[in-house]
Design a protein around this ligand. Structure first.
Ligand SMILES: Cc1cc2nc3c(=O)[nH]c(=O)nc-3n(C[C@H](O)[C@H](O)[C@H](O)COP(=O)(O)O)c2cc1C
Length: 187
């Protein structure tokens, strides 16, 4: 990877407000300490849910330790990053299926995590910190989005996560720009 900051852009809409907030996090919190970032725009990747044939191939490659295969490129990139920012709008109490498909692709035992001899999961990712950035049309609930991602990446060895969000953007009478501008970024 060109640099060690990875922005996983799971935003879909033109002029996405989540993307705007995520870029603020990148500029103000992350890039002050790093040179630049690599952006992965999920909507531009041909991400497909695992089917029988792909899963069989993936299991065969994992059993042979062939982690240089192209199907593992996202998992390799994720494992190498030192800071990760995920930008994903709040959809259906969660996030776009695009992000779920990506997570499905990167959960590779042997690359992002491994099991020790006692069956305990040991994370293999380098990242020290992951920011999860989201915006919601109504009130935001974190259970099926941030909390889920936090637990998942905990198994990858990423202990420190931070949630940045703006909510109630689509409530009639609210000013989404003002709400976004008022978001206080974590220290
Ligand atoms: C497919 C879809 C599902 C959504 N589901 C929810 C939802 O469950 N709860 C909510 O508060 N807002 C929901 N919204 C509204 C978005 O969370 C809100 O408009 C958000 O700011 C969109 O972010 P964006 O500007 O980055 O696309 C949904 C919007 C879309 C398009």
């Amino acid at each position: 990877m060109e640099n060690q900051v990875l922005y996983i852009n799971a935003c879909v809409r033109e002029g996405s407000r989540t993307d705007r907030l995520a870029r603020r996090v990148l500029e103000q919190k992350v890039l002050a300490k790093a040179g630049g970032f690599t952006e992965l725009v999920l909507a531009k990747e041909n991400l497909l849910p695992l089917d029988g044939a792909t899963l069989a191939l993936r299991e065969e490659l994992i059993s042979k330790g062939q982690f240089d295969h192209d199907m593992f490129r996202f998992a390799r990139q994720f494992a190498e990053a030192e800071v990760i920012v995920i930008g994903a709008p709040f959809w259906d109490l969660s996030f776009p299926a695009l992000l779920k498909t990506y997570l499905e692709q990167i959960y590779i035992v042997g690359l992002v995590t491994r099991f020790d001899e006692t069956g305990r999961q040991m994370g293999l990712c380098k990242a020290k910190k992951l920011y999860y950035v989201t915006t919601a049309g109504g009130p935001y609930t974190r259970t099926y989005s941030y909390d889920y991602v936090r637990e998942l990446v905990g198994a990858f060895g990423i202990a420190e996560t931070e949630l940045v969000y703006a909510e109630n953007l689509d409530i009639v009478g609210n000013d989404p720009d003002a709400i976004l501008d008022a978001v206080v970024l974590p220290d």
